[in-house]
Design a protein around this ligand. Structure first.
Ligand SMILES: [Zn+2]
Length: 159
């Protein structure tokens, strides 16, 4: 993980709002704010590698008729659940959203994570992370992370 810089909550909120423009986001924004409050809003902008993205722990997710994901599942394990035959099912809301990110430039997206118990946990961007894993993308992904223990420019954690 490359830590780029510290960011304050107003910037996190504003970037989140940009990322989700057009959607209904107030509940999710409140959740994000509560997550940040647990760590005094010590947010940082980072770049995470493919390996780190695949090890992000996911929240429970039930986007019927898509397969249900249990809490704490790693992105790589969730990606295996969404095999290609399943991805052929156009009626599934979850799968449709994963596929919509297939050709996305992940260097221009932003996901939101929490660092807790020595692992990265998902706060926002589940379908993007699954698309990134399933379609074998390798570029680093920009993320805003709260709860990192040490914040200093260009320091490297988890290596
Ligand atoms: Zn879903």
């Amino acid at each position: 993980m490359k830590i780029l810089r510290e960011v304050d909550w107003p910037e996190v909120r504003s970037r989140y709002t940009c990322e989700h423009r057009g959607g209904s986001l107030s509940d999710f924004l409140n959740q994000l704010e509560r997550s940040g409050e647990k760590y005094g809003h010590n947010w940082a902008e980072v770049l995470i590698s493919r390996e780190e993205a695949l090890s992000v722990r996911l929240p429970p997710h039930d986007h019927r008729p898509s397969p249900k994901l249990e809490v704490g599942l790693l992105v790589c394990c969730a990606a295996e659940i969404f095999t290609e035959p399943v991805l052929g099912n156009d009626t599934a809301e979850c799968l449709g959203r994963i596929r919509s990110h297939r050709n996305r430039d992940f260097s221009r997206t932003l996901i939101f994570l929490e660092f807790c118990d020595d692992s990265l946990r998902h706060l926002d961007g589940l379908h993007r992370l699954l698309a990134y894993a399933i379609y074998g993308l390798t570029q680093e992904i920009p993320a805003f992370v709260c709860g990192l223990p040490a914040l200093s420019a260009s320091s490297r954690l988890l290596e």
